[in-house]
Design a protein around this ligand. Structure first.
Ligand SMILES: C=CC1=C(C)c2cc3[nH]c(cc4nc(cc5[nH]c(cc1n2)c(C)c5CCC(=O)O)C(CCC(=O)O)=C4C)c(C)c3C=C
Ligand SMILES: [Fe+2]
Ligand SMILES: [Fe+2]
Length: 336
């Protein structure tokens, strides 16, 4: 029996500080997220990051939490239901961190008698801290629990014309004529991660524009893939270059991350006279803490405090029919 497995990052079980701490502990103990010697990561986590960040993040989660739970998990569940309704093969959902866990879902998949599984990391762009880590985790669990299951893998779809068109459909619904600027804000990663994921270890970030154009090293280059999504979306929407901008959000710790940084850019735009800004976050396929709270609440406050009039968050593709169709089509193509 064939089946598909949708995967996303995951959220805490609740907004209780203890649950947020357990989630951050699992997330930030991942060597593909905090890449440093294990002893250093453990010390940094236990002594500094977890005690400081857990209550702060719990507060932020409580700003966006819904009656059904975390926006990311709830939207992912709705995506699963809608995709499953269009297909006659089962569609499972698991999260890299937290619940539903990959371990439990692989166990269920095995019990259900699945023999071929289409693994679908729901990240448009490749990063070792998102796409790579979830694929490694699923493969490890399959090897341990169900080594005979055959697998297929959805590749990063950052430039897939059908995905770009689905993303554009979702933006068109929201884009206003009198908007001064559409900011495309991608989740950031440390620059070091771009270099680690470069198979040549010498091409990416060597020159300011080396990640702009296609190159064999860019199959795993997050910066290139984000810039490509932004460029294709701009073209699909028919927007002039001076109506759009790209930035990277959600930094953690002090090392250099991909820039320009969203928080700095929002302040700069406001000071330069941009009044009405709309922000889309195309590294995510479901609204989550980083879109709803970081951009929709804090970003908005900061933009207005710096002199802007309005900041509007454009929702992610979430449950948009074009996005659901994209997922259904990928599964049908694989299952043929
Ligand atoms: C686009 C995919 C993502 C990449 C790449 C990514 C890298 C990355 N993230 C952190 C640290 C944190 N991210 C947090 C939340 C979060 N991150 C993603 C996606 C990517 N992260 C999502 C979808 C979310 C939202 C989860 C939710 O429940 O809504 C958080 C937790 C929240 C907080 O305290 O801010 C942290 C921490 C690092 C360090 C990193 C790359 C190295
Ligand atoms: Fe993140
Ligand atoms: Fe690159």
């Amino acid at each position: 029996m064939k089946a598909a497995l949708l995967l996303n990052l995951g959220s805490p079980d609740s907004t209780e500080v203890a649950d947020v701490r357990a989630y951050l502990d699992e997330f930030l103990s991942d060597e593909r997220v905090l890449d440093m010697p294990a002893w250093k990561r453990t010390l940094l986590l236990k002594l500094i990051i977890l005690p400081k960040r857990s209550p702060e993040s719990a507060e932020a989660y409580s700003e966006v939490w819904t009656d059904e739970g975390s926006p990311l998990v709830v939207t992912s569940e709705h995506q699963q239901e809608k995709v499953a309704n269009e297909l006659d093969i089962p569609v499972y959902l698991a999260m890299r961190y937290g619940n539903p866990s990959i371990r439990d879902i692989i166990s269920q998949i095995k019990k259900d008698g699945v023999t071929e599984l289409f693994i679908m990391p729901l990240y448009p762009q490749y990063a070792m801290s998102s796409y790579e880590t979830v694929v490694v985790k699923v493969m490890e669990e399959l090897a341990e629990q169900a080594p005979s299951i055959k697998t297929g893998l959805l590749q990063p779809f950052y430039k897939d014309p059908q995905y770009i068109s689905a993303l554009a459909d979702s933006v068109k619904d929201e884009l206003k004529e009198d908007t001064d600027l559409l900011l495309m804000s991608f989740h950031g990663i440390p620059e070091r991660h771009v270099r680690i994921s470069d198979p040549s270890h010498s091409h990416c970030l060597a020159k300011p524009d080396c990640c702009v154009n296609p190159h064999p090293c860019h199959a795993t280059c997050y910066k290139h893939q984000c810039l490509t999504t932004a460029d294709l979306l701009t073209k699909e929407l028919g927007l002039a270059d001076n109506k759009v901008a790209v930035s990277f959000q959600s930094r953690l710790l002090k090392d250099p991350w991909l820039g320009p940084y969203t928080d700095f850019e929002l302040e700069r735009f406001a000071k330069e006279g941009v009044k009405k800004i709309q922000v889309i976050c195309p590294a995510f396929v479901a609204d989550c803490l980083e879109t709803l709270e970081e951009i929709g609440m804090r970003g908005k406050e900061d933009f207005i405090a710096a002199g802007g009039d309005s900041l509007e968050l454009i929702p992610c593709v979430n449950e948009h029919p074009s996005w659901i169709k994209y997922l259904v089509d990928q599964i049908e193509d694989w299952a043929k």
